[in-house]
Ligand binder design. Structure first.
Ligand SMILES: O=P(O)(O)OC[C@H]1O[C@H](OP(=O)(O)OP(=O)(O)O)[C@H](O)[C@@H]1O
Ligand code: HPA
Ligand SMILES: [Mg+2]
Length: 183
């Protein structure tokens, strides 16, 4: 765990579990999209970067990759509910079969906003693959067809997920020790 060994209280999803579940998810999604001609994966930066890279490589159908960057958490551990576009799509998505790649659905506020936005851009179909979901934290109901793991309502870091921009590079998902927040 390098620099962060002392900051992690416990591991929620191990590196092994990530690998196994990502492969399963990719195969499940591909089975549903086998008859479409092409899929556009839209990764939501920055959190989804690790998951999207692993998912895309395990996904056995032709894909194109697009990225959006939005932020609703900033430096905080709870969502502000205000979603800002930091980076928009680079291209037209009209008539594309879009699969949104998210690292986590927490309150659902980010995704709910994003799904409306992508629909307004004319996608042919839109589904979501989210690596993590917190069923007890949801504030708005969003249709998430594919979920890697349902996890408890605790703030987690690693595998793309940050606390104040740190810990994204950890290869697993873990919970921080409470004292980290009071530093
Ligand atoms: O369901 P919600 O409560 O809306 O939370 C989920 C969103 O929050 C995080 O993004 P964040 O705003 O922290 O940006 P980041 O991906 O750059 O860390 C995460 O990556 C999701 O996009
Ligand atoms: O639990 C979380 N950890 C990191 N970023 C997040 N964004 C929403 N929920 C989380
Ligand atoms: Mg964040």
């Amino acid at each position: 765990m390098g620099w962060y060994a002392d900051d992690i209280e416990r591991i929620i999803v191990s590196e092994e579990q990530i690998k196994e579940r990502t492969k399963e998810l990719a195969e499940q999604v591909a089975a549903d999209y086998a008859d479409r001609d092409g899929v556009l994966l839209v990764g939501v930066l920055k959190g989804a970067v690790m998951f999207m890279a692993d998912f895309a490589r395990a996904f056995p159908l032709p894909t194109e990759l697009e990225f959006m960057a939005v932020s609703s958490y900033g430096q905080a551990a709870t969502s502000s509910g205000v979603v800002r576009i930091l980076k928009d799509l680079d291209r037209d998505i009209a008539d594309k079969h879009v699969i949104v790649c998210e690292d986590i659905v927490d309150s659902g506020l980010t995704l709910s906003w994003l799904l409306r936005y992508l629909a307004s851009r004319g996608a042919a179909s839109i589904e979501v693959v989210a690596f993590l979901r917190k069923p007890d934290a949801v504030k708005v109901d969003v249709p998430v067809k594919y979920v890697g793991f349902d996890i408890p309502n605790e703030f987690v870091v690693g595998y793309g997920l940050d606390y104040a921009e740190r810990y994204r590079e950890l290869p697993f998902v873990g919970v921080l020790k409470p004292e980290v927040y009071s530093r």
